[in-house]
Design a protein around this ligand. Structure first.
Ligand SMILES: [Zn+2]
Ligand SMILES: [Zn+2]
Length: 190
């Protein structure tokens, strides 16, 4: 899974405002993300990515929670026309303040250390929440008929002549094919 790294940042100052246990802050706004990719799939954001987040000092660090919402556009997996879906992701993050050596050893993708600037970038946590809610297969419609495998016509828009040869006449023709295959195998053996 490859994630595009030229993300718009969403810098947030945690220190000194959230330095004390129990202190918290509420954040909401628009994150100017326009696109992202996952493997070979590209996703566009035609509207806005909005977020509604809570930051709380839980002792030793600041916990990020909340939601991120967007409408996302990609290609339909069957007909390649634009397909839209809505994302409502749960944002999670944890930002360590003055970590001990043991905590430093643990720090990886799950923990981010707040450096001397007192600022962190919330963008990776927002993107992770969007990606987690991105479906692996996106269709323009559940009933999308896709493209004709022979002539490439969009079968949602037209019926091409070649389609009859591709589709089996009835569900039983599949069984017939299996039977033929079995007969073939049997004759191979004998
Ligand atoms: Zn489609
Ligand atoms: Zn066709």
């Amino acid at each position: 899974m490859t994630i595009k790294h030229d993300l718009p940042s969403l810098k947030q100052r945690l220190l000194p405002q959230l330095a004390e246990l129990g202190s918290s802050a509420h954040l909401s706004g628009v994150w100017p993300l326009q696109s992202y990719s996952l493997g070979a799939m590209n996703f566009m954001i035609p509207g806005e990515v909005t977020y509604d987040l809570q930051l709380s000092n839980t002792g030793g660090g600041v916990l990020l929670s909340g939601t991120v919402s967007a409408q996302v556009q990609t290609e339909c997996a069957r007909c390649l026309e634009p397909a839209l879906f809505d994302v409502e992701g749960e944002v999670e993050g944890y930002y360590l303040i003055n970590p001990s050596h043991e905590e430093l050893d643990l720090a990886d993708d799950e923990f981010v250390i707040v450096d001397d600037s007192g600022e962190v970038d919330l963008a990776p946590a927002l993107l992770a929440a969007i990606i987690f809610e991105t479906p692996q297969v996106v269709l323009c419609d559940e009933d999308c008929r896709g493209l004709c495998p022979i002539c490439g016509a969009n079968l949602n828009e037209q019926q091409c002549g070649c389609q009859q040869d591709v589709l089996p006449d009835s569900p039983f023709s599949v069984l017939k094919d299996l039977r033929d295959l079995k007969n073939l195998k049997d004759s191979d053996i004998s």
